[in-house]
Design a protein around this ligand. Structure first.
Ligand code: HEM
Length: 201
């Protein structure tokens, strides 16, 4: 937290002439990178080159090297979630709780979080790169969702499937135990575009 705080403070100092600070939500690493539900978050994230392909606008197109960003503050109902049996919790997420092993075959419910977000459109996997963090206090807590994508449509596909408005009438059971109270789309320009806009140095 000390390193993150120092870095955030210096970024704020540099940005102060051009940008105000509107939102300041400290997050933390919960055990071995788990969400507050106790499930490891990030297991199926693409890695290395695959992460860059999922997250960054490809070269040769407008905005190359930049990323579409989705942020959402989710508030958990941990009482409700923890009242489920272990098997039901695993069915909600689509992975085992201790080792984060993906449920297979009939064991994987069609309305699990993994079933709803592991989506393909015209044979193309709608991969995104997630960097969410738990936040909060005993009174109010959840997941600050933060993800990057090469195409904003990837977020829309996943969100439509989570909220049951993608046409098949199935919603993601995670939405029964957590609610998004904010949501914003952003565009993070790539280094070349930033240099072109701001000049060298
Ligand atoms: C309450 C909010 C959320 C929680 C607690 C949560 C938690 C999790 C967990 C535990 C996993 C399984 C492990 C992993 O692969 O990381 C997962 C997977 C995933 N989540 Fe979420 N998530 C939330 C919201 C979202 C949202 C809003 C999106 C998309 C807009 C999303 C997209 C994904 C994707 C793409 C995967 C990987 C699916 C796969 O390919 O296996 N999640 N999430």
């Amino acid at each position: 937290m000390d390193t993150v705080f120092d870095t955030a403070l210096s970024v704020h100092r540099v940005m102060a002439p051009v940008a105000g600070l509107d939102l300041d939500v400290p997050g933390f690493v919960y055990h071995d990178s788990r969400d507050l539900t106790g499930f490891i978050d990030g297991t199926a994230n693409p890695k290395d080159e695959a992460a860059r392909n999922a997250a960054l606008v490809p070269s040769g197109t407008v905005g190359a090297g930049g990323a579409f960003v989705l942020t959402q503050q989710w508030v958990h109902d941990l009482g409700g979630f923890n009242a489920l049996s272990l098997g039901d919790q695993e069915g909600v997420i689509g992975r085992t709780k201790s080792e984060s092993v993906e449920l297979q075959g009939d064991a994987m419910p069609p309305d699990s979080h993994v079933s709803r977000t592991d989506a393909k459109v015209d044979g193309i996997a709608m991969k995104i790169f997630r960097r969410s963090f738990p936040y909060g206090t005993v009174a109010r807590h959840g997941l600050y969702f933060l993800a990057f994508a090469c195409d904003v449509e990837r977020f829309d596909v996943q969100l439509r499937r989570m909220y049951g408005v993608s046409g098949d009438g199935v919603h993601d059971r995670i939405t029964e135990f957590s609610q998004a109270v904010t949501g914003s789309y952003w565009f993070a320009p790539g280094e070349d575009d930033l240099k072109a806009a701001l000049g060298p140095g």
